[in-house]
Write a protein that binds this ligand. Sequence first.
Ligand SMILES: CC(C)(COP(=O)(O)OP(=O)(O)OC[C@H]1O[C@@H](n2cnc3c(N)ncnc32)[C@H](O)[C@@H]1OP(=O)(O)O)[C@@H](O)C(=O)NCCC(=O)NCCS
Length: 199
Amino acid sequence: MVSLRAGTPADLPDVVAICTLTGDDGADASARYDEPELLAAIWAAPHLLADRSLCTIVVDDEGPAGYLVATADTAAFERWCERMWWPTLRARHPLHAPRRDRDQGLVALIHAPEATPASITGPYPAHLHINLLPRVQGRGLGRSLIERLADQLRERGVAGVHLGVSGTNTPAIGFYEHLGFAPVAVEPDGGLIMGLALP
Ligand SMILES: CC(C)(COP(=O)(O)OP(=O)(O)OC[C@H]1O[C@@H](n2cnc3c(N)ncnc32)[C@H](O)[C@@H]1OP(=O)(O)O)[C@@H](O)C(=O)NCCC(=O)NCCS
């Protein structure tokens, strides 16, 4: 049986594991990094701590199998990260240390995170990240998670939600388009920012 429940900080280890196991365009990213847990440290963990009421965990008979993490106000979330999240990570992962290029790319993001432009946070103030292990994919859970978030955001009067997706993650892009997201920006590395208005 599969169920959805609100996330708590106690879910962090499972969120890190799920993020790592799906972090390479849906495939296992473990071997690509010396410190693959940095993926979740950037794209999942702070959301769970900053606003757990918008985070949902998918649980099946084997345990946690997926998550959606989100924030209603990306600009406020980025300020929270600057105060509460990045300083500890920066101390733990100095910018200049011997490491593989991919790890260095993640550490560089921790030291100089890019602020999301107002052209995106204006119409789409919220943002989300969603990752499901293969065993629970293709069963309607991704749709359920995003519709649940959309309802929560509408209740809060949030105008729209955006997300970032690798330009090579074709299955995820197709999924988002199917649910009504449309591209709103292309990043220098080919990544897409997609947005969904919440009328
Ligand atoms: C991408 C992901 C979140 C989708 O969730 P999912 O549970 O597998 O998708 P669902 O079963 O809920 O699909 C919902 C709908 O989208 C459709 N859909 C799914 N993938 C699609 C695709 N590539 N193209 C078009 N439609 C697609 C489904 O047919 C379904 O349609 P329906 O509800 O109208 O019948 C999930 O597969 C996943 O976590 N993948 C690995 C991690 C990842 O890549 N995350 C995104 C990082 S940006």
